[in-house]
Write a protein that binds this ligand. Structure first.
Ligand code: FAD
Length: 548
């Protein structure tokens, strides 16, 4: 186990005067309304009050965008041991077997709970329809609306949460920072356009803020995925780990002017094949599993084939598949392609990899507890030990459900045991920012574009020491003038979070001098058995000049 210590520019992104900010008290505060946050909120005892804060619309999250499905053993020829083994093989020596076993064994029950909430999964002959995805040895992916699983499960979960009188959902409410007093989390400082800044004091806080795809120029993630949760937890003192493991999805639609739409693994699961610009089915040169090899292998193979052919993309070919199957299984993808003039029954789909899933994150134990007392976390914002160095497809919605439930139950039990207390605690208010440039002084879009291009170029699918050093130099340079500014807008806070988390990713990637799972070092192409352990990151406030 290695430990990296990093000093952020400041503890709180904004100054506050507790006498001038409204205070609100709740039993449990959940930050994030994706699958993990809502599952947590729904697990809290109905006698308690729960606030769910989400920075955007409640239906805008990675969860709502999920396509392929949720992994769970339902087929009699499959069993938990197979699901666990597939997860562990993909994780390349870094999975925690007890966590893997726990998650795969809970999967069928968590999926049935969604059905109980009203989620309609696709059926075949009256039974749950199952498909297969890369890295899975059996058909075990449960899906809905063909290829819009996330949309359907979030519809059901949002409706259930809205019908639960103890749960209040605050959309368009951005969490700026977690509040800590004597090392314990006591809630959060939030902002929304109607009420400005508000202190939300909570007996227990659950962080479920999702991923970090937006740190990279090419990504499948929606705009909310700016790593806020990892950054705010880190500033609050929580351990974070495995930040070098960003999973790139191999097949993202690559058409100028289109959003970087994910073309689900399930397309390959149903028989789609990858061809280069000359029509050659190149996966045979890279893996015996062909198109169903784990994502890291397929992403690397595509990148290398693009370099070999000097072409900007490769092509996913489903023209040989049954027309009706394409229409039934991939209505959403078919429509997106149709909007750009592509008919999947005739045309090949231009694709290339994009940042997809943040494997690393806030370190939690099997109950979702972080290293900061009273702070729990679940979902993509965390590192649970399930995915190891590479996530198996469709295991992440599942992880959000399993850990959301556990974090919610634990937070609920602790909150039930604690009497109400309606007074604010003394907090260390940050001193005036050194450089109080107003928001107009920095072109935020420009820095965000430069940052995501830099991360894509030098900290993307293939990395080396030279590129990582140059990435760190540039990110630190931007952070020197962006970090100390006190912003009054979400984009500024997001950029500060992105700059901090980019540094955590780059530093961890520099330290891991081997290739493992999704982390590919072209200067260290071999896996080093001596490095099969976590890289932990912790905040360092020992440099007084920077410890604001
Ligand atoms: C296109 C796409 C397809 C995918 N397909 C699949 C699939 O088929 N199967 C699978 O298992 N996984 C899939 N994934 C991954 C999976 O969707 C995510 O890992 C999972 O949904 C994460 O859930 P979450 O609850 O942790 O985060 P999210 O669903 O991303 O929710 C995060 C929440 O936090 C809120 N938030 C973030 N920052 C703040 C802040 N500062 N203040 C307040 N709120 C904040 C957001 O507004 C949002 O409500 C896919 C991902 C993408 C992008």
């Amino acid at each position: 186990m290695s430990l990296l210590r990093v000093t952020p520019k400041r503890r709180y992104l904004v100054r506050f005067d507790p006498k001038r900010i409204p205070h609100l008290f709740t039993d449990v505060l959940v930050i994030g309304a994706g699958v993990a946050g809502l599952r947590a909120a729904l697990a809290v005892d109905p006698s308690l009050n729960v606030v769910v804060a989400t920075k955007s619309r409640v239906d805008l999250s990675n969860s709502s965008w999920a396509q392929g499905g949720i992994a769970g053993v339902f087929d009699p020829v499959d069993d938990f041991a197979h699901h666990a083994a597939d997860t562990i093989v993909a994780g390349k020596g870094m999975c925690h077997p007890t966590v893997v076993n726990m998650v795969v064994q809970e999967a069928p029950q968590r999926i049935r709970e969604l059905i109980g909430m009203g989620a309609n999964f696709d059926l075949e002959g009256g039974d749950i329809a199952l498909t297969q995805e890369g890295g899975h040895s059996h058909r075990r992916i449960v899906h809905a609306l063909g290829d819009a699983t996330g949309k359907e499960i979030m519809r059901a979960m949002i409706a259930t949460a809205r019908n639960s009188p103890q749960i209040e959902i605050w959309d368009n409410t951005f969490t700026i920072d977690l509040l800590t007093h004597e090392g314990e989390c006591r809630g959060a400082l939030v902002w929304n356009p109607e009420h400005g800044k508000t202190f939300v004091w909570a007996k227990q806080t659950i962080l479920a803020t999702g991923g970090a795809g937006r740190l990279f120029r090419e990504t499948t993630n929606p705009a909310i995925a700016t790593a806020d949760g990892q950054a705010m937890a880190f500033r609050a003192g929580a351990f974070v780990r495995d930040m070098e493991f960003m999973q790139f999805h191999p097949t993202v639609l690559y058409i100028a002017g289109s959003s970087r739409h994910l073309i689900s693994e399930a397309v390959r699961g149903e028989g789609g094949v990858l061809r280069d610009c000359h029509g050659y089915r190149f996966m045979q040169d890279y893996s015996p599993q062909l198109e169903l090899a784990p994502r890291d292998e397929v992403s690397r193979a595509i990148t290398r084939q693009m370099e070999k052919t000097r072409h900007h993309c490769v092509y996913l070919d489903v023209t040989h598949l049954d027309r009706q199957l394409i229409a039934d299984r991939f209505p959403h993808i078919s429509k997106v392609c149709r909007d750009f003039g592509l008919d999947l029954t005739r045309d090949q789909i231009p694709v290339r990899p994009g940042a997809h899933y943040m494997i690393g994150g806030v370190t939690v134990d099997a109950q979702g507890q972080t290293s900061v007392p009273r702070l729990w976390a679940a979902g993509e914002a965390t590192s649970t030990g399930l995915h190891g160095a590479n996530r198996l497809a469709s295991n992440s919605l599942l992880e959000g459900l399993v850990f959301g439930l556990r974090a919610g139950q634990q937070a609920s039990d602790m909150a039930l045991a604690e009497p109400d207390r309606f007074s604010a605690l003394p907090l260390e208010s940050p001193p005036a920012a050194e450089n109080n440039a107003n928001d107009d002084a920095i072109n935020l879009d420009d820095v965000i574009n430069s940052l995501s291009s830099e991360m894509w170029r030098d900290c993307g699918i293939e990395r080396d020491a030279h590129g990582l050093e140059s990435a760190l130099g540039r990110v630190e340079f931007w952070d020197r003038y962006v970090g100390p500014v006190e912003f009054n807008q979400i984009k500024g806070w997001e950029l500060q979070n992105m700059l901090l988390v980019s540094q955590l990713i780059i530093r961890a990637a520099m330290m891991r001098t081997e290739t493992r799972g999704v982390h590919t070092r072209s200067d260290f192409p071999a896996t080093d058995p001596g490095q099969a352990s976590h890289i932990n990151l912790q905040v360092d406030w020992s440099e007084p000049a920077r410890a604001e």
